[in-house]
Design a protein around this ligand. Sequence first.
Ligand SMILES: NC(=O)c1ccc[n+]([C@@H]2O[C@H](COP(=O)([O-])OP(=O)(O)OC[C@H]3O[C@@H](n4cnc5c(N)ncnc54)[C@H](OP(=O)(O)O)[C@@H]3O)[C@@H](O)[C@H]2O)c1
Length: 157
Amino acid sequence: MSFSLIAAVGKNGELGLHGELIFHIKEDMQFFRDTTRGHKVVMGRKTWESLPGKLPHRENIVISRHDVEGADKTIHDLEQFIADNKDTDEEIFIIGGGQIYEAFAPYAKTIYLTEIEASADADTYFPDFDKSRYDKTIIKKGESHDLIYAFAKYSLK
Ligand SMILES: NC(=O)c1ccc[n+]([C@@H]2O[C@H](COP(=O)([O-])OP(=O)(O)OC[C@H]3O[C@@H](n4cnc5c(N)ncnc54)[C@H](OP(=O)(O)O)[C@@H]3O)[C@@H](O)[C@H]2O)c1
């Protein structure tokens, strides 16, 4: 399996509200850029629309049932994409949002979660996944504007 999920979550798995991110941590944005640079990034159409534009230095793949302007590639058939790519050696990053994490979670080899020690109003949550199947390591802990966070890496056992 080749899919790596990467997300920033609050204490209850909060991901987003009204189509936007909830937590804004500069160091997390930098971690995201460094980790995904040079790789394919796969996102849902709503996450795509929340971005100011294409993420540079990576292939932007958008999942939608419709045509999407500006993406490097649009995938209409999610199940087929999973079937075609789940056994490749290439690391493909799944960058959200909630619907797309949910679809890929059963196939995740690695899950990078920025775990933020705060809760907030949300309408989108990271899916429950079976943590007993993964080894957890903490890459780094930090604090930014009173938000305490840790970069956690879950690796499939
Ligand atoms: N905290 C984080 O790390 C993080 C990361 C990313 C996003 N987010 C947040 O998450 C929220 C967006 O998440 P979301 O769950 O609402 O939307 P999403 O997962 O970004 O996109 C959903 C869209 O993906 C397409 N899609 C989903 N399943 C499909 C399937 N089986 N086949 C074809 N297309 C499919 C549909 O597009 P069409 O309607 O065009 O067909 C659907 O409307 C935002 O608030 C965003 O800021 C947070």
